[in-house]
Design a protein around this ligand. Structure first.
Ligand code: NOJ
Length: 788
């Protein structure tokens, strides 16, 4: 049976519609046309786009702007952290006084609604123009109801879940008075050493774009001015994830081609979905800091994409232009950031201290200040802050930890788990799922008692159940024994021998190993990707008992544990699964749910392979049939692109995830073997389906499962070399045992367009290969061509 395209595909259809409309608008330069187009728009996404781009905001923006003094205008461009700092230094602390003098446009990190209202009262009641303060926070994977970290959320391959999770986050955060989140992080991450891989959707621009749009739609809702909507912020613009050596804040070198083809698309998708703000990044990009980069901020973001929201710098990024070496004084740093297109200065205070002087000296014009202020006012107006500046202080508790939100957190966690291995036990059957019998289980490892599994919001008062407690609830506490075995980094109470002895007495062992939550996220790069502390020793000691062993890895990145993948029967990547992680894991272990998550990053065998990503270019010396498991034995085996001491392939490829059932894939069938580049280019950004690709997927196992079906292409013979595979579609299909579903993808002209040698987005004549496969490393290609 041909399946309708999933929500993912309809997302892309909407995206294409929105881009098409915007292009038409730009061509004809007609506000009336834009109005007509947006008025006709059906989907919630389009209305979110119109919220920030709504021309109806313009007269209101202008009317406020013309009443403002220069000092008041500069005030709108200044932001401070007034709570728990999320970076070094806080600029100023006399916020009340500054607000009363209209010197602050936004505050963040304030989480007490009473405090938020107190500041807002000053802004509304004690200032001449009563411009409300915009309150922000890093609401990364939920506010109080903590969802899996974004890497886990992306592993669901389900933008609908991501959209729903961000909707819950918006409802909870807005009930607290927060109307701006610094999320989503849409940085492409190809290097697991970089701790912020945890905060994004992985290495692929297509999947990353789908997730970016989903976050924005969830946060901003159907109307940005609804009281429970919050402004999204696509960050970190741009290339931040390509930090050299995976070390956070480090320099990046990215060609314009690679920037456009891999790093920019998720930002473009966020902007197309209506993101109200973008954060300029810390990194040097090809020698120019991203927070002083007019090419990315002005040319790409404003001119090419038509972004009308606000650009906020990252924490002190304006100040950091001095150590980065492009300014030797505050005035120059402020001028460079401002003229490059950074509207709002987060924390550094350089705008507060320097912008007026820069106007007086003629280095910055009034018109340029006005333009930046317009962006800030536009966001505040779009949010309805002028009409509703205060938060109902009694309202927050009702919004937090709603049963349906917790249920969603549990579902999201269940869908985020990636079953990496499930080998047969001694009975000849796969170890998982566990039978519901009263066996004695030893829970071993430092992460068995974590109750939030989060590296985001600080623990709130909500319900939370650790893996050990959830297991005890399931099979009775008397059947559970618990041994920490060792710490993660702190070895003071290590007792590996007791844990091994405990394992001996149990029927089955579940090990909860991995990273502590603070080992991923910002400023948490790692040079070693194995299990920290003595956990590997603990694992090997316990495994030697010969007891059936399930390993649950908690981490913000893939971990290199080759020994475990060889010797342990069952391994689940649980990421940091959030507040419902414990119960979700237990339901997965016992088979109430069948794992369906798939990797959104290539899982390395060893750290030396990093950066490692599936959508890489072929070299002139690909290894071919050479046996890469052994050191090179002769010239043929040696002079190819390889390591002499490691395989090229990842431990598990991008897109991989096992299940309690199995699937078989039929060959991809395509509707045409020949496409015309000229025709594709004529139809670019239209919604036209120029090719369909379909394949039969059969559930060959004995359980119903949800399979993420992936579509990849390769182009050869193009003006620039293209990756060995590129993801261009995905759908999740639920298939009963023995059932075959025909999965169909409709491919549009954009599928086949590349950023060519002239850095133009266009289709070119090429040899075309199409795969419909379970991951990025398997399946056989169906060949076609793109003729001129
Ligand atoms: C620095 C981080 O890079 C950024 O992602 C975050 O939004 C800000 N700090 C504010 O906390």
């Amino acid at each position: 049976m041909a399946l309708l395209l999933s929500l993912t595909s309809s997302f892309h259809a909407n995206l294409r519609k929105a881009r098409g409309r915007k292009a038409a608008f730009l061509r004809m330069g007609g506000i009336l046309l834009w109005l007509a187009v947006t008025a006709c728009a059906q989907s919630t996404k389009i209305s979110a786009v119109s919220a920030i781009n709504d021309p109806a905001l313009d007269p209101r923006v202008e009317s406020i702007l013309k009443q403002m003094t220069l000092e008041e205008k500069v005030g709108q461009l200044v932001q401070y952290s007034a709570g728990q700092p999320t970076g070094p230094g806080t600029g100023r602390t006399d916020y009340e006084d500054m607000i009363a003098h209209e010197q602050i446009g936004s505050l963040f990190n304030v989480v007490d609604p009473h405090q938020i209202n107190a500041y807002q009262h000053i802004a509304i009641e004690k200032t001449r123009l009563h411009i409300p303060i915009l309150f922000g926070l890093d609401v990364i994977h939920g506010f109080k109801t903590e969802f899996p970290i974004p890497l886990g959320l992306a592993s669901t391959w389900d933008p609908t879940i991501v959209e729903k999770a961000s909707r819950v986050a918006a409802m909870e955060a807005s009930a607290d008075g927060i109307r701006w989140t610094f999320s989503p992080m849409v940085d492409i991450a190809r290097d697991a050493r970089w701790g912020r891989m945890a905060e994004g959707a992985g290495e692929d621009p297509f999947l990353g774009s789908a997730m970016a749009g989903a976050y924005v739609r969830g946060y901003q809702g159907s109307r940005l001015n609804a009281p429970d909507s919050i402004a999204a912020c696509a960050k970190h613009f741009v290339g931040y994830g390509a930090a050299e050596a995976g070390r956070d804040y480090n320099t990046t070198e990215i060609s314009e081609h690679t920037l456009r083809q891999f790093y920019l698309p998720p930002f473009h998708a966020a902007v197309d979905a209506g993101a109200a703000s973008v954060m300029s990044a810390f990194n040097n990009l090809n020698g120019t800091p991203s927070s002083a980069n007019p090419f990315t901020l002005k040319q790409v973001l404003r001119k090419e994409w038509g972004f009308r929201g606000v650009v906020v710098s990252d924490w002190n990024a304006v100040g950091e232009l001095i150590p980065q070496g492009v300014a030797t004084d505050e005035a120059t740093a402020a001028r460079k950031a401002f003229l490059a297109g950074v509207d709002m200065d987060m924390v550094s205070s350089f705008y507060h201290d320097q912008l007026e002087k820069l106007v007086t000296s003629g280095q910055v014009t009034q018109a340029q200040i006005d333009e930046a202020v317009r962006h800030v006012l536009r966001v505040k107006l779009a949010l309805g802050l002028f009409e509703h500046p205060f938060v109902d202080e009694a309202g927050a508790p009702k919004a937090l930890y709603r049963p349906e939100s917790l249920e969603l957190a549990r579902t999201a966690a269940e869908r985020s788990f990636v079953l990496l291995k499930n080998a047969n036990g001694t009975d000849g059957k796969p170890l998982l799922p566990l039978a519901n019998t009263s066996q004695n289980i030893a829970v071993i490892g430092p992460l068995g008692d974590d109750s939030s599994y989060s590296n985001g919001a600080p623990p709130g008062a909500g319900p939370r159940t650790s893996l050990t407690s959830a297991l005890a609830e399931r099979i009775g506490a008397t059947h559970i024994s618990r041994f920490k075995g060792c710490g993660i980094l702190d070895a003071t109470n290590d007792d590996i021998a007791a844990a091994v002895a405990g394992a001996q007495k149990a029927d089955l062992v579940i090990m909860a190993l991995g990273e502590s939550p603070d080992m991923s996220g910002e400023a948490a790069s790692r040079a070693h990707l194995g299990l920290p502390g003595r956990q590997e020793e603990l694992l090997e000691g316990v495994a030697r008992t010969g007891k059936p062993l399930v390993l649950i890895l908690f981490s913000g990145r893939p971990l290199t544990v080759p020994w475990a993948f060889e010797h342990v029967s069952a391994v689940i990547a649980a990421w940091l699964p959030g507040i419902e992680g414990g119960p979700a894991l237990v339901r997965t272990l016992f088979g109430d749910v069948n794992p369906s998550g798939k990797l959104v990053v290539s899982w390395p065998r060893s750290v030396g392979q990093e950066p490692l990503y599936y959508n890489a270019l072929n070299t002139g010396r690909p290894p071919g049939d050479v046996d890469l498991t052994r050191p090179p034995a002769d010239i043929v085996a040696r002079y190819v692109s390889r390591y002499i001491d490691e395989q090229n392939s990842p431990q598990f490829p991008f897109g991989y995830g096992a299940s309690y059932t199995s699937y078989s894939y039929g060959p991809a069938q395509i509707s045409t073997r020949s496409l015309s580049a000229a025709e594709l280019n004529m139809k670019l950004h239209s919604n036209a389906a120029v090719m369909t690709a379909e394949a039969d997927v059969t559930n060959s196992g004995s359980r119903t499962g949800a399979e993420v079906v992936e579509l990849y292409i390769r182009l050869q013979g193009t003006s620039v070399a293209e990756p060995v595979r590129m993801l261009k579609g995905f759908q999740t299909v639920t298939i009963s045992p023995g059932e075959t579903r025909r999965v169909k993808f409709e491919l549009t002209p954009e599928t086949f367009a590349i950023w060519n040698a002239k850095n133009q987005f266009a289709a070119e004549p090429a040899k075309l290969s199409v795969w419909i496969s379970p991951d990025s490393a398997h399946g056989s290609a169906t060949e076609a061509e793109i003729v001129p």
